[in-house]
Design a protein around this ligand. Structure first.
Ligand SMILES: NC(=O)C1=CN([C@@H]2O[C@H](COP(=O)(O)OP(=O)(O)OC[C@H]3O[C@@H](n4cnc5c(N)ncnc54)[C@H](OP(=O)(O)O)[C@@H]3O)[C@@H](O)[C@H]2O)[C@@H](O)CC1
Ligand SMILES: Nc1ncnc2c1ncn2[C@@H]1O[C@H](COP(=O)(O)OP(=O)(O)O)[C@@H](O)[C@H]1O
Ligand SMILES: [K+]
Length: 500
């Protein structure tokens, strides 16, 4: 699914109004109807909705929502700034709502003394995508008060104070939502840590904006939705044999870090690789042969890896637990100098490359790099925030013709064509040492099975997160461990096969 910027969303809005039989007012009604439906499914009939309306169209959504909820039999209070002029559509919806005697209207200034009912919900319809500056004055004071209230908080379209496409100033006042009801599209602000922390759970509501516009408008940012994953996923053919599913080699591990090699190798096996090998030092022989009996052992060194030489017909994933021995580093640099095949590079392999700025030029084109934020910084330098980090990743992916998988809550994949794909699966239960090793195994296995590099990156990151979500469901975010991700891979494939 494409991600649009605020100006593109406005264009989409205008195109829909111009080319489809719908007025801007009717579009507002659709938006409010979608919100009213969502809220009445979510909350009980006893709920009292306290709707805070700004003077733009976000406020217009709020006035319309107040009327629709009231007509569903709900209790509704509306708060507004009576001194402000309203936008045209907000004015019409204000007029349609103000004469309903059952709805109480109050000025923002009354909020401090207002007796909120026990079953209250706070609805933020103050500012939407039209915000053009940090919120100050009365509105800022209001938001500070609302943020202190201990009731469920819902933002309409975007939490007030956030910009859709960029980071807001650290000190700016932002409404802190438990859930955000947004229209039609994901916004970048929902997907980055600095801004996403204000959004709570995101719910994208379809309001029927022009599919013609959505198809034709160019965007370089996408979310990986399940439809895209299903297009990529290829169920196994029954008339097939192990030779059809590639050879995966996981180069990982050193004395004291063999667990990383085990996790990556097991993940490669459970993702469907035809033949799987662990390239590891002798100290890991018994460990790997016992924990991964299906994988073959390629000995390269005693306590750490001293050579990365492999056959030409394999796909190689390098990095987890390699350690920091000079000999391993030199062997990897020598190998990279001679290699022109796609690789998956993670962890210590990235640290080797980060040692010298020229080393990035040794990365074979079309390789996948999977840095976490610190590794990314070591490789490519520091940035002010995650939006800028992503821009730098986009530049580097284009310049070096590689795929950069920026690991995060919503992992971002930057492609050589300058596109960015945000992942939506995964959870904080995965924030544990070893999760990244599992990802390397999955990605390498998919490449070996002949998925294109882009497909492997998108599908692999989604699979990894989905396995994490299943693990959290079964074990809790606290108790789940990276091994559980591997165990859940089977259920993710079953899920893909059963709901085709
Ligand atoms: N697109 C869609 O698909 C649909 C969109 N819809 C809804 O419309 C919303 C966008 O509405 P919008 O453009 O009227 O902007 P919104 O955020 O309500 O108001 C901004 C107002 O505040 C002002 N202002 C700006 N910054 C300020 C500041 N710092 N401090 C103080 N004032 C500030 C600014 O005035 P200006 O400075 O521009 O004169 C403007 O008057 C969108 O989020 C969604 O909810 C749905 O109804 C239908 C489908
Ligand atoms: N809060 C989170 N939400 C979703 N995914 C997460 C979260 N924290 C970590 N992850 C995922 O877990 C993995 C952690 O990788 P990494 O930091 O390399 O760990 P390690 O190297 O210790 O295995 C990444 O794929 C990352 O996206
Ligand atoms: K809002």
């Amino acid at each position: 699914m494409k991600i649009f910027t605020s100006p593109q969303i406005r264009k989409c809005d205008a195109f829909t109004i111009e080319n489809e039989p719908v007025t801007s007012l009717a579009l507002m009604e659709r938006a409010a109807t979608a919100c009213a439906g969502w809220l009445s499914r979510k909350f009980s009939g006893e709920t009292v909705y306290n709707i805070f309306c700004g003077h733009g169209n976000n406020g217009g959504d709020g006035f319309a929502l107040a009327r629709l909820l009231y007509h569903k039999g709900c209790d509704v209070n509306v708060f507004m700034d009576s001194a402000q002029n309203l936008s045209a559509d907000a004015e019409i919806n204000f007029k349609r709502t103000k004469d309903i005697s059952g709805i109480e209207f109050s000025d923002f200034s009354k909020v401090n003394k207002f007796q909120f009912e026990k079953e209250s919900v706070i609805i933020d319809a103050l500012f939407g995508t039209g915000l053009n500056n940090a919120i100050e004055g009365k509105s800022a004071e209001l938001i500070k008060v609302l943020n202190e209230l201990k009731f469920p908080k819902i933002s309409i379209d975007i939490p007030s104070g956030l910009f859709a496409d960029e980071v807001s100033d650290k000190n700016s006042v932002v409404f802190k939502a438990d859930e955000t009801l947004s229209f039609q599209f994901w916004k970048k602000a929902f997907l980055h840590a600095e801004t996403g922390q204000f959004c709570g759970k995101i719910n994208i509501l379809d309001i029927g904006l022009s599919s013609e516009f959505i198809e034709n408008e160019i965007s370089d940012s996408f979310v990986i939705d399940e439809g895209l994953v299903r297009e990529i996923y290829r169920p196994r053919q029954e008339f097939s044999h192990k030779g059809n599913f590639g050879k995966t080699v996981i180069a990982a591990g050193s004395s004291g870090k063999m667990g990383a090699a085990v996790l990556a190798t097991q993940a490669a096996l459970k993702t469907g690789s035809g033949l799987t090998f662990s390239l590891a030092p002798q100290c890991g022989y018994e460990i790997l042969q016992t924990t991964c009996p299906e994988a073959m052992f390629l000995k390269c060194g005693q306590d750490f890896i001293t050579s990365f030489e492999v056959d030409q017909d394999v796909i190689l994933g390098i990095g987890p637990g390699l350690g920091t021995e000079r000999e391993t580093y030199n062997a990897l640099l020598a190998f990279l100098k001679a290699c022109d095949k796609t690789l998956v590079l993670d962890a210590d392999a990235l640290n080797v490359i980060a040692e010298n700025t020229d080393h990035v030029n040794l990365i074979p084109k079309k390789s996948i790099l999977t840095p976490h934020p610190k590794e990314f910084e070591r490789l490519f330098g520091t940035t002010e925030n995650s939006f800028e980090r992503l821009n730098l990743a986009k530049d580097k992916a284009k310049q070096l013709e590689i795929y950069i998988v920026l690991k995060d809550h919503h992992t971002q994949i930057a492609t050589p064509e300058g596109k960015v794909f945000y992942n939506l699966t995964g959870n904080s239960g995965m924030a544990k040492g070893g999760s990244g090793d599992v990802l390397l195994g999955i990605l390498t296995s998919l490449l070996a099975q002949n998925y294109s590099v882009k497909e492997a990156a998108l599908f692999g990151v989604w699979l990894h997160g989905k396995a994490g979500d299943f693990a959290a469901e079964n074990h809790s975010k606290e108790a789940m461990i990276p091994s559980d991700l591997i165990a859940e891979l089977g259920n993710v494939f079953k899920y893909l096969n059963s709901s085709q």
